[in-house]
Every structure is written in C-alpha cells, then in structure tokens.
Design a protein around this ligand. Structure first.
Ligand SMILES: *[C@@H]1O[C@H](CO)[C@@H](O)[C@H](O)[C@H]1NC(C)=O
Ligand SMILES: *[C@@H]1O[C@H](CO)[C@@H](O)[C@H](O)[C@H]1NC(C)=O
Ligand SMILES: *[C@@H]1O[C@H](CO)[C@@H](O)[C@H](O)[C@H]1NC(C)=O
Ligand SMILES: *[C@@H]1O[C@H](CO)[C@@H](O)[C@H](O)[C@H]1NC(C)=O
Length: 217
C-alpha cells in the first residue's frame, strides 16, 4: 500500500514538473509567420542542423575578435556581434558573444536585447554603464578593466567611454540570437515613420521637433 502511495506521489510529481515546462520556448527570431509550403519555409526556431558526423573543429571556432574595429563614426563605437547567423556552431547552444570598441567619449547608445541577458567584461578604458529596469530605476556604475556588469534580459542599457583612451569590452549573452533594438532608431528611424503627432505627445515635444528628429534618422 505504502509503495502504491509512493508511486502515486511520484507520478503526480512527474506530471507537475512536466506541466511546469509546458510553456512555449522563447522565440529565437523576431517573428516567424506560419506557412504551409515547406519549400519556401526557411526559418524554424533555431536552424536546420548539419549531420553531426560531418561536424569539424572549424564549426566551433571563430577567429577575429582580436582585431579592433573602426570607431570613426558619429557614436564613436563599433560592435561585432557573433550570433548563430555568422557563427553557425552556436545553434541550439544558447550563447553568443560581442566585441565592442569605444573611442574616447564613444557612446554605445541605449538599446535592448529582447532575447538575451548580457554579461559585459571591460578589458580597456573607463566605461560609464547602466541599465534601466521596468520601474524606470537606473542602475549605473563606472567600470574599469576587469569589471563585469550584468544586464538582465530585455532591459534598456548603454555605455559611455569616459576615459581618455580607447575602450574595449566583450559581452556574452544567454541566447544564440539575443537581438538588438536600438531605441532611438526604433522610435525615430522606423520604416515607415511613426506618426510624428503620436511621438510629439509621447515625448511632450513640439511636432516640428519630432519631425526634425525623424529626419536625422
Ligand atoms: C494551411 O493548411 C491548413 C490545413 O490544411 C489550412 O486549414 C489552412 O487554411 C492553410 N493555410 C494557408 C495560409 O494556406
Ligand atoms: C588576430 O588573430 C589571428 C589568428 O586568429 C592572427 O592571424 C592575427 O594576426 C591577429 N591580429 C591581431 C591584430 O592581433
Ligand atoms: C566597424 O568596423 C568595421 C571594421 O573595422 C568597419 O568595416 C565598419 O564600417 C565599422 N562600422 C561602423 C558603424 O563604423
Ligand atoms: C519604483 O520606483 C519608485 C520611485 O522611483 C520607488 O519608490 C519604488 O520603490 C520602486 N518600486 C520597486 C518595486 O522597485
């Protein structure tokens, strides 16, 4: 009798734990419109896989993150993001990495990664870094080489190189495709443009100021 109770408890526990995982997985791309014709269907949640017996060491290697990138642009920063798109070996592994170069004064502008928590490791420079939570509280720190800063999933965040020398940081993500939404572009630089009257109300600005902002993007 005792063992029957034990078995029943075990079955209920197993059922409960399977129910706990019965939610949809987080999508690995921005959208995935369903189609019936598989011949023109290319994206699934993740990617099609290579036959594992044909995998080589090169599939799991990417070279080039040792090379600094050109920061001679308006923001004074440049990011190289390795995702499943340019590093196919990451498929299904739930990780990605980026190199970020900063000129003195360079700004990595406010952006979110809709599918990835980020861990930022500073290698060179002095970075003022922050993220804003869903209660609009800013968590910011001045970071030095060796410092690590973590940015929870989908939080608005930024960095500024406040040092007098070039900066360098590496970021890792718990997604093979964390995605990047740069806030200024996703508000002022959309295609087609968001109605400037709507934005003027949202930002408490004159509609002509909004049109100017939209023209800059
Ligand atoms: C796809 O197939 C289903 C089932 O055969 C059908 O009900 C549906 O209308 C189809 N959708 C499209 C967009 O053709
Ligand atoms: C970067 O690493 C590659 C080897 O993967 C090497 O050939 C290259 O010289 C290195 N470049 C710099 C700038 O260190
Ligand atoms: C980033 O650096 C790469 C390599 O140096 C360069 O080709 C690219 O144009 C740079 N991007 C920007 C936005 O400056
Ligand atoms: C949200 O922010 C307000 C003020 O900025 C603060 O008083 C409140 O405690 C915060 N709530 C949470 C849950 O963090």
């Amino acid at each position: 009798m005792k063992s029957v109770h034990f078995l029943l408890a075990y079955v209920l526990l197993a059922l409960a734990s399977s129910l706990a995982y019965a939610n949809d997985p987080i999508a690995l791309q921005d959208y995935c419109v369903a189609i019936n014709n598989t011949e023109i269907g290319i994206f699934v949640n993740g990617r099609f896989c290579k036959d594992p017996t044909l995998a080589t060491p090169d599939d799991f290697t990417f070279s080039g993150l040792n090379i600094s990138t050109d920061t001679n642009n308006f923001l004074g920063t440049n990011s190289t993001l390795l995702t499943v798109d340019n590093f196919p070996g990451l498929n299904t592994l739930g990780i990605a990495i980026a190199r970020v170069d900063y000129a003195p004064g360079g700004v990595n502008p406010p952006h979110v990664h809709p599918r990835g928590t980020e861990l930022l490791l500073v290698q060179k420079g002095t970075l003022y870094a922050g993220f804003v939570d869903s209660n609009n509280t800013l968590f910011s720190k001045i970071l030095y080489p060796g410092d690590v800063f973590v940015i929870p999933l989908a939080m608005n965040h930024f960095q500024v190189n406040i040092g007098k020398t070039d900066g360098l940081a590496f970021a890792s993500f718990n997604s093979q495709n964390p995605g990047v939404i740069t806030l200024a572009n996703s508000i002022f630089g959309t295609n087609p443009p968001i109605d400037p009257y709507a934005l003027a109300r949202a930002f408490k600005l004159d509609v002509n100021v909004l049109k100017e902002l939209q023209a800059k993007f």
